[in-house]
Structures are given as structure tokens and as C-alpha cells.
Design a binder for this molecule. Structure first.
Ligand code: TXA
Ligand code: MG
Length: 338
């Protein structure tokens, strides 16, 4: 058993729910679980018919690859081949944690999981309930094939859930079990690093910054967008409009927001801001978020979800600072506002 958790530390009702979740997964049903980033909705990753259910429930196009969640780095060899030393080094530094590694897949890994590509995304999430679930699941059946394939537990294109209530709002009863692990610590999705090419490339920015990756890799990996490669894995989840509220959403600087609301007196705006303006007109719905990137990320999706519920004419989001510490947030906001 991995040293980083002990399932018997969990309350007995949670242990029972985990037990039930494992049975549901074996029956090809879907189970929602907490992680430190966002909540996931998972299926037995070795069962194509279970994985297909995920796509139906999410309304997600079938060629989008999924991340396989495993209980520890030692499970990498069950899913991937040609694993470079950098994968082991990154895993030792950041797992369990908000990092996904893209590696060459083993032949048996179902095409439903990988979007038909020859790579697989692997991640060890940092949440005691989910580590207990993953460990118990991975050791309950055919050795090595007990990973859980899971996208974020939202409908395709929508805001990722950061609480069990959000999961219920997004997916209703489609999840046969929802494990409630409280609010997500990080609040935005994992950093995705592609290690299947000659050089590591970041496919999706996240909580693990290029600077921290550089401490392990010797230099900061490039962003995939700056490193075009026709043979590179596709990351469909990062090219379309994503993380989006239903309300039309735009990014603007604070002076632009103030000018906009002045010029549109008949509109009611939901405004997500991190700098306090001098004049907060009460016609509008203001949500203040902290001006530090980690604390901002923690609040972001919940704040957007709340603004979205208020039926404003528009959501105006204050443009985040143009510095690397805000890359992951800027990425999500740009997609939310597409
Ligand atoms: O933090 C997270 O990563 C969360 C939690 C639940 O673990 N999961 C998550 O999953 O964000 P999802 O499905 O919403 O986003 C997964 C992203 C997609 O953009 C997908 O295209 C990319 O990972 N991905 C997965 N496997 C891949 C592969 N083999 N090659 C390239 N991209 C891959
Ligand atoms: Mg997602």
C-alpha cells in the first residue's frame, strides 16, 4: 500500500461509501469523487462500455481522451510503456498532486480512454478519500487494470465542479455514488505535461507552474501552443470554448468594466473582480476574489457558478495580470469568455 494514506483513518461511513463505489464501478456504473483540483466522474478504465457511458453523460465528443487516475506512481507501468526517467522524477516530486503525465500507452489500453491516440494521461490525485478509493479499486480485481478514467464532473464545456453540490447540479443522478470530500483545495484542473515527445511540453497550465517543473527537469518546459508538432497528442479539451458559464461572458480590465457599465445603463452585469473599484454600482452583482493566484484559483469556479445563477445580462471578468503566476487562471478565463 502507498505510504501516503491509510484508509482506516477515514470515518466508517466514508469507508462504506467507498466500498459501494467500487461495486458500482465493477458494474460499469459511474462514480463521482473529490480531488484536490476539481471533482471527477469516473468509470472503470479497462472497460470500454463503462467509459462510453462517461461520454454520454457528459455530452462529450467521443474522440476526447480521458485521464486515468491511479493510486501511486508504481501503477504507471500497468498503463504506459517507454516511461522516461523524467516521469519518475516528476511523479516523486508532485504526486499525489495536481499533475497529469502523458505517456506512451501499453497496447491493451482501450481506445475509448485515449481518444484513439497512442498515449495515455495518468494522474495520482491528492485527496484521502479518492486515494483510498483508487487503492482499494486497483487491488480488488485483475491486477494492474484497476485505474479510474475520469473527466471533470461537469457537462461538456461547462464550469468544472469544486464541491459535491456542484456535481449534483451538473450531473444529477447520473453518478451512482457521489463521494463528498468537501471543497477542492486547488480549484482548477491539473497541469498536463506531455512526456511522449523528445522534450517535455505543457499541454494545459495548472497549479504546478513551469518554474516548479524546472526545479526537477532542469529547465522549464515550453507550452504546447508555442511548440507546434503535427504528431503531438491532441488535447481537445484545451482548444474549444470551455469552463463556460451559460451567461455571455467577457474579459475586461477594470477601467473597461467601469466604462462598460456606465455606457450600458439598462444592463445588469455580474462582475468578477480582484481589484476594488472606487464605485461599485449596486445595479450590478459584484463578486470579489482574492488578488493572489492560488487563492483566486480556489474561489474561481464557485464564484463563476454563483454569478451564472443570478441571470445577469453579461458576466464581466477582470483581466488577470499578465505574469506567469497567473498563466493557468488566464487560460481558464480566456476559454470561459470565448
Ligand atoms: O485536474 C484534473 O485533471 C481533473 C481531475 C478530475 O483529475 N480532470 C480533468 O479531466 O480535468 P478533463 O477530462 O476535464 O480534462 C482532461 C484533459 C483534456 O483536455 C484531454 O484532452 C487531456 O486531458 N488528455 C487526456 N489524455 C490525453 C492524452 N492521451 N493526450 C493528450 N491529452 C490528453
Ligand atoms: Mg473538464
Amino acid at each position: 500500500m502507498p505510504a501516503h494514506f491509510d484508509p482506516t483513518d477515514l470515518p466508517t461511513d466514508v469507508q462504506e461509501l467507498i466500498h459501494r463505489a467500487i461495486h458500482r464501478l465493477w458494474d460499469n456504473d459511474l462514480v463521482a469523487f473529490p480531488t484536490e483540483t476539481v471533482y471527477g466522474i469516473g468509470a472503470h478504465a479497462a472497460r470500454p462500455e463503462a467509459v462510453r457511458k462517461l461520454f454520454e453523460v457528459k455530452g462529450r465528443p467521443a474522440h476526447h481522451p480521458l485521464i486515468v487516475h491511479i493510486p501511486g506512481a508504481e501503477w504507471m507501468t500497468q498503463w504506459a510503456q517507454d516511461i522516461p526517467q523524467t516521469a519518475w522524477d516528476l511523479a516523486r516530486a508532485f504526486w499525489p498532486g495536481p499533475m497529469t503525465l502523458i505517456l506512451k500507452k501499453l497496447p491493451w489500453v482501450p481506445a475509448e480512454v485515449t481518444g484513439g491516440q497512442d498515449t495515455v494521461g495518468l494522474r495520482v490525485p491528492d485527496h484521502p478519500i479518492t486515494l483510498a478509493l483508487l487503492y482499494a479499486f486497483a487491488t480488488s480485481g485483475r491486477p494492474g487494470r484497476g485505474g479510474i478514467a475520469a473527466p471533470s464532473a461537469n457537462r461538456f464545456g461547462r464550469i468544472s465542479p469544486t464541491s459535491a453540490e456542484d456535481v449534483l447540479e451538473e450531473l444529477g443522478t447520473h453518478a451512482s455514488v457521489i463521494l463528498d470530500g468537501g471543497p477542492c483545495k486547488v480549484g482548477i484542473e491539473s497541469t498536463i505535461i506531455d512526456l511522449s515527445r523528445r522534450t517535455p511540453v505543457i499541454l494545459r497550465p495548472g497549479a504546478i507552474s513551469p518554474k516548479r517543473l524546472a526545479e526537477i527537469l532542469g529547465k522549464a518546459p515550453a507550452y504546447g501552443s508555442e511548440y507546434p508538432d503535427p504528431n503531438a497528442p491532441r488535447v481537445p479539451g484545451t482548444v474549444t470554448a470551455h469552463y463556460a458559464p451559460r451567461t455571455p461572458t467577457r474579459l475586461m480590465s477594470m477601467p473597461e468594466i467601469l466604462a462598460y457599465v456606465d455606457n450600458h445603463p439598462n444592463e445588469r452585469c455580474g462582475i468578477l473582480a480582484y481589484t476594488l473599484p472606487q464605485n461599485m454600482s449596486s445595479t450590478h452583482i459584484w463578486r470579489m476574489v482574492p488578488p493572489m493566484p492560488e487563492a483566486y484559483a480556489h474561489e474561481l469556479y464557485g464564484a463563476l457558478r454563483k454569478l451564472d445563477r443570478r441571470c445577469a445580462d453579461q458576466i464581466l471578468i477582470e483581466t488577470p495580470p499578465e505574469i506567469p503566476e497567473w498563466d493557468a487562471i488566464r487560460d481558464r478565463l480566456t476559454r470561459a469568455a470565448k
